[in-house]
Design a protein around this ligand. Sequence first.
Ligand code: NAP
Length: 287
Amino acid sequence: MMLMINGKTKITGLIGDPVEHTISPHMHNAGFSYFNLNYVYVSFQVKKENLQAAIIGAKSLDIKGLNVTIPHKIDVMKFLDTIDTTAEHIGAVNTIKLDDEIKGFNTDGLGAIRAIEELSAVKNKKIVILGAGGASRAISFQAVLSKAGRVIIANRTIDKALKLTDNLKNNLDADAMAMGLGDKLKKELLDTDILINTTPIGMYPNINQKPLVTSDMMHEGLIVNDVIYNPLETELLKEAHKAGAKAISGIKMLIYQGIESFKIWTGREPPLKVFEDAIEEELNEIS
Ligand code: NAP
């Protein structure tokens, strides 16, 4: 169904820089059509120096909700009235609801955990996360909040992994450990249940880059989630198939974080298939 824009249309959108390649408008507008809600989702390119003005302007224009992407996820927090506890732990916001107050949330971690939980609950599972940047922070905090067992952060720069595991232990009393990317990783993976890549290795245009973990380091019972969604099947996920492990594309995380944002703004949960079809349609158009 086509969206009909009129005097009562409520506006939601994305702020970031750049934003022109985002596929979020396709998902959210398909969700609004599905529920016959008079909302629209658009993208706004916002330069760093204009971030505060953008938030004040959004409130003045009665914009109902915003997603936040690179480079604003951390800086935007100082311009919000309140921040939900999970976002506070993560230290970054990807969703804003504008009401009487402006409240920030983070749905990235939940997006990844929901994608994994299509296959298996994370409760009591041993999880290894490659990378210690923004995506790793969001996913590791949510994993602990979802009652994961041991969480291991393996990162090129060990100090960053240590900082993250200290935060996980101090804030959530997590069973967390930091390590580098050397030989010990192979041993650690022997009894790991879930492996999540949050590094950009293998992302377009470097799609042939060798993954940090290869099939000889995996086992059949392992679930491998790559947060990269371009390409849909990364080299890491090909290695997972080779090992007989289960593979999850980053597109699922993108979809579920979007579903969680949609719920925050509208109180309704769009069916997974509505968002999946919208993305497939868009990707077919691009290719
Ligand atoms: P980030 O904050 O820059 O962190 C990147 C991490 O990857 C760092 O820990 C970095 O290690 C590591 N890394 C980068 N290049 C590496 C290399 N060549 N070898 C080893 N480690 C390397 O980035 P981010 O915001 O977490 O995003 C990471 C990825 O997640 C991006 O590809 C992004 O598109 C994707 N993502 C996907 C979704 C989704 O919805 N599917 C959502 C968010 C992000 P050092 O600490 O040593 O530098």
